[in-house]
Structure formats: C-alpha cells, structure tokens
Design a protein around this ligand. Sequence first.
Ligand SMILES: Cc1cc2nc3c(=O)[nH]c(=O)nc-3n(C[C@H](O)[C@H](O)[C@H](O)COP(=O)(O)O)c2cc1C
Length: 325
Amino acid sequence: MKTQITELFGIEHPIIQGGMHFVGLAELASAVSNAGGLGIITGLTQGTPEKLAAEIARCQEMTDKPFGVNMTFLPALRPPDYPGLFKVIIDSGVKVVETAGNNPAQWMPMLKDAGIKVIHKCTAVRHALKAERIGCDAVSVDGFECGGHPGEDDIPNFILLPRAGEELKIPFVASGGMADGRSLVAALALGADGINMGTRFIATQEAPVHANVKQALVDASELDTRLIMRGLRNTERVLNNAGVERLVEKEKALGASIKIEDILPEVAGIYPRVMKDGDISAGAWSCGMVAGLIHDVPTVKELIDRIMSEAEAIITRRLAGMQSA
Ligand SMILES: Cc1cc2nc3c(=O)[nH]c(=O)nc-3n(C[C@H](O)[C@H](O)[C@H](O)COP(=O)(O)O)c2cc1C
C-alpha cells in the first residue's frame, strides 16, 4: 500500500509502532521495521545518551530498514539529559524521531539540519496545527481510546481524525484503538494516511516483555482500562489492577488536594517490575481500550501481514462489493 506516510518514511506498510516505555527496545523496533512498518525505540527508557547510543546500535545490527526514536516530554521528577539524547540520535544516523508530550519546537532546527523526519504525537487538533507550524513532517493523532496519555479533551478518534483532516496540510496517522485491518481501513476512510499502534504490539512474540503482560492483554476486555491522574492534569489510561485500584481510592479520598507524592508508590518505578519481572499488579502501566480486540500473541510479521491482507479484503471485496451492488 502506498500512502503519504509510506512515502515520507520509506516503508512498505503504513503502520507505525509508537514509543512505549520499557517495551520499545531494539527487539520490537527491529521486528516492526523488518516486517515493513516503522519501529520506534523509546529514548527515555534508556535514560542516558550512552545507553541510547548502544540501543540504537543494537537495532541497527538487527535491521537495515528505517526505524525511529521516541522522545517524550512529560513532567518528570528528574528531567532527562535531552540535549545529550538528541545529540546521540543525530550522531547515530537515525532518520525519524517521534516526539510526544510538549511540542518539540526547541529541537526542530537541529533535527531538520540533520535531515531527520519528525512525527509529533498529539491529542488535539490545536496541538497538531502547532506541530505543523513549527515544521513537523507528520503527526500521530492520539484519540481518547489510546493507551498512555490521551490529554484532557476526551475526543475519540471518530471525531478527532476527521477534524484533523479538515485542518491539517501535513499527513497524519491514526493512533489509539488501532488493532487490525478494520482499524486501518477506517483510519484511511477518516482521512489518515496510516496507523500507529501501541498496546497491540505489546502482545507479539518479539515484544521484549514478560509473558504475564502479553497474557494480561489477551485476557483484558475493552472495559478493563482506567483513567488516572486527571486531577494532576496528566491523565493516563492504564490497565486496571490492584495497584491502580489503590491509586483510584486515593484520588477519590484526596480530591483536588492530591499531589504526585501521594501516588508515587503506584506510579514510580513500576515499568521494570511489570515489563521485566511480570508483576502486572505492581501499579499503573499504560494500556489502551484496544485490549478488547487482542485475542492472540502472533509474531510481528504475522500481525502486520494479517492487518494488510484484512485491509485489502475489506477494500476490494466488502466495500467494492457494496458499491457494485
Ligand atoms: C505500555 C505503554 C507505554 C507507553 N509509553 C509511551 C512513551 O513512553 N512515550 C510515548 O510517547 N507514548 C507512549 N505510549 C503511547 C503509545 O506510543 C501509543 O501512542 C498508544 O499506545 C496508542 O494507543 P493504543 O495503545 O490504543 O494503540 C505508551 C503506550 C503503552 C501501551
């Protein structure tokens, strides 16, 4: 399939793997890129420029296809060494950066000088327009369904994507709730030029996470996510578990007076315990409503090939058949 996104990034299929803390390592990113999509290494998981350089080098050994690095700008107790991380990305010859959180204006000149394509992930049309204005090449439009941080506007993709299409000149991918060929065709119909998937890619053979995490996604339904940290204006969609229930109880009890310190036991240092050790109830970890559409743990190639063949069947048989009827 050829879209503005496949042309922009030099990939075969219009499918991107969004950055994911403690999931977006070289194993997954290279598997996605080798299968014809765009894999993304998550910069902040590595934390230091030295470790990020080593992870990029590992990914370069595993694939000769394009892949990207995610750089997330969110409130942090200890801000990472962003200048050092960006320097490593540029020096390593990475050609795509996915940014998220605050807009990347301050980094755009150095990324553009290095010939790097920038795709900014955002949850509102006004943020997408800002990304376009500051020179981003594309945006990833993250609807309310998404795993991770859906923002504070709560606009689902059936509205958000066509609204983005009405306003944007640069191409965009649909993110949040994307799982299969149906999602891809719907996203294209709503004006996107591809899809970005997070949660669905965790339940794959190559995702370098504990088997308990993959099983939790297969077991979960679309009813099993919770929104947390709304009171802190840092809303996150996570998979419900005992740790999250504790956190939600604190939010109810403390109301508007809640501070990040109150919920540190449920949000700080949770990712390695979940993703590496398989302690899936340790606390809050991002997960999309799309968990309800995850029923198996295929290889990345099986998943991407299946999405593309389903999409083709929907377009050439189901939709074309309706039109000729
Ligand atoms: C476990 C997990 C960790 C994530 N970590 C990050 C992150 O560090 N930075 C980021 O920009 N997005 C992160 N995301 C969001 C994804 O990149 C993607 O935008 C989102 O998962 C799309 O929604 P979906 O899960 O419905 O596919 C994360 C998502 C998940 C599920």
